[in-house]
Ligand binder design. Structure first.
Ligand code: ARG
Length: 400
C-alpha cells in the first residue's frame, strides 16, 4: 500500500504547494487537514476543495472553534496563561488542538506520517512534533520547508508551473498566525526591534488613540469560566468573540515584546488579543476576591510555569497535567461578576461581586460596624516580627 501523509493545511501558498511537493519527494499520498480555530478568512469548504485541486487524495476539515475555546482557551484563562507576563499563548494553545485533529485524521486514513508547514527556527515545529509524539508515538513527522527545501521562491515557481488554484502574487511581508484567542504578527520590518509597529499590521484591534465612548461591560464567571456578558448567557467561544469585538474597538490587548523562543533565539513579536487580555484581567481580579491568600500567591507561581510549559510545546505532559489539576482545584469558588470599563487601550476593573468571595465588608471597613479586633494586632506584630528583630540585633552586635 502507498504510504500516506497527513498535512496540516491552511489553504495558503506554502501548504498548498506542500501537497505536491511531499508527494513528489516521498511518493506518499497526501491528505490535507484543515482545522478552524477561529482564524476567520475562507470557508472550510473552499479550503477543502482547494486541497483536492492541489492534489490531496483526501481532505479532512474540522470546525474546532468550540472545542478550542472550551478545552484550550478556558484552561489558559483559569491559569491566567501569559508567557513572559504578557503573551497570552495564542499560537502555543492552538497547536495542540490541531495536533489532536491531525492524529485523528492519520488514524482514520491510515497515515504513517504527519507534515506541517513550519520553518526550522520557530516554536511551532516543536509544538507540532512533540505534541504528535506525546499522543501518537507511532507517527513520524516531516516539515517540507525545513526538511525538503521548500523555499518561498520555489513555492511560487511550483504553483505557477503546476497551475495550482492559489494566489502567488499577494506577498505579505509578515508571518501571521491567528485564531479566536488572538493574533501574532512577526518578521518584516518588525525584525528591527527599534521600529515601532505601524497601524496597518493590526486587524483585531482599532487604534486606542482614538477610542469611541467608554464601554462598560459586566462579565459573570462560574468556577473560573465566563458564563454571561451583561447578563446574557454565553458559551466560552461567544464570550471570547464578543470581547474581541468590544475590547478590540478600544484597542485593548496590543502587545509588543521581545520574547525568548524555545530554540534559543530572542524574537520580536507583536500580538493583539483583546478578548483574551480582557478576560484574564477580569478573571485575575475575581481570583483576588475569591482565593485564599496563600493559595493565590502560590497560584501566581504555578501560572508562570504553566505558561512556560504551554509555550514550550508541553501541552500533553505529566507536569502540565498536574498543574491543571491544581489550577482546576483553585477554581471551585471563582464565581461572580466583574464590571469593567473598556476605553483607550485598557480594560479597567471598576466593580466585583461574589457570593463565594472572601471579602468581608465588616472586616475591611474603617467605618461603623468594624468587626476586626484591632487590639489583637499589637501582639500579632510582636511575634510576627520577632525573627527579623533578633536578626537585626545580631547584626548590630557583630558588625558594631
Ligand atoms: N512567537 C509566537 C509563538 O511562538 C507566535 C508564533 C506565530 N507563528 C507563526 N507561524 N507566525 O507562540
Amino acid at each position: 500500500m502507498t504510504d500516506r501523509v497527513v498535512l496540516a493545511y491552511s489553504g495558503g501558498l506554502d501548504t498548498s504547494v506542500a501537497i505536491g511537493w511531499i508527494a513528489d519527494a516521498t511518493g506518499a499520498e497526501v491528505i490535507a487537514v484543515a482545522v478552524d480555530v477561529g482564524q476567520g478568512g475562507e470557508d472550510l469548504e473552499v479550503i477543502r476543495q482547494r486541497a483536492l485541486d492541489c492534489g490531496a487524495v483526501e481532505a479532512y476539515v474540522a470546525d474546532a472553534r468550540d472545542e478550542y475555546a472550551e478545552e484550550y482557551c478556558m484552561p489558559a484563562l483559569k491559569a491566567n496563561g501569559l508567557y513572559q507576563d504578557k503573551y497570552p499563548l495564542v499560537s502555543g494553545l492552538s497547536r495542540p488542538v490541531i495536533v489532536k485533529h491531525l492524529v485523528t485524521a492519520a488514524r482514520e486514513f491510515g497515515a504513517t506520517t504527519v507534515a506541517h508547514g513550519c520553518t526550522g527556527k520557530g516554536n511551532d515545529q516543536v509544538r507540532f512534533e512533540v505534541g504528535i509524539t506525546s499522543i501518537a508515538p507511532e507517527l513520524k513527522c516531516i516539515a517540507p520547508v525545513r526538511d525538503l527545501a521548500l523555499t518561498r521562491d520555489k513555492a511560487i515557481e511550483y504553483a505557477s508551473r503546476h497551475q495550482l488554484p492559489i494566489e502567488t502574487t499577494k506577498s505579505n511581508p509578515f508571518s501571521i498566525d491567528q485564531n479566536v484567542w488572538g493574533r501574532a504578527i512577526e518578521t518584516g520590518f518588525l525584525e528591527d526591534i527599534w521600529n515601532a509597529p505601524t497601524k496597518d499590521i493590526y486587524n483585531y484591534t482599532d487604534d486606542p488613540a482614538f477610542p469611541p465612548v467608554p464601554d462598560e461591560v459586566t462579565i459573570s464567571f462560574e468556577h473560573g469560566i465566563p458564563v454571561a456578558i451583561d447578563g446574557e448567557k454565553v458559551t466560552p467561544l461567544q464570550a471570547i468573540e464578543i470581547l474581541n469585538r468590544r475590547a478590540g474597538a478600544h484597542g485593548i490587548g496590543r502587545i509588543d515584546i521581545v520574547e525568548d523562543r524555545l530554540v534559543g533565539i530572542k524574537s520580536r513579536e507583536v500580538y493583539e488579543a483583546p478578548g483574551a487580555v480582557t478576560l484574564i484581567e477580569a478573571h485575575r481580579e475575581l481570583e483576588n476576591v475569591t482565593l485564599e491568600r496563600e493559595q493565590l500567591r502560590f497560584k501566581r507561581g504555578v501560572e508562570q510555569k504553566w505558561g512556560e510549559l504551554v509555550y514550550d510545546g508541553m501541552w500533553s505532559s505529566p507536569l502540565k497535567d498536574s498543574l491543571d489539576a491544581f489550577v482546576n482545584d483553585t477554581q471551585e469558588y471563582v464565581s461572580g461578576d466583574v464590571r469593567m470599563v473598556l476605553h483607550g487601550g485598557r480594560a479597567t476593573v471598576t466593580g466585583r461581586k461574589s457570593e463565594t468571595g472572601l471579602y468581608d465588608f465588616n472586616m475591611a471597613t474603617y467605618d461603623e460596624g468594624d468587626a476586626f479586633d484591632q487590639s489583637a494586632a499589637r501582639g500579632f506584630i510582636e511575634i510576627y516580627g520577632l525573627a527579623a528583630k533578633q536578626a537585626a540585633a545580631r547584626a548590630a552586635r557583630v558588625k558594631g
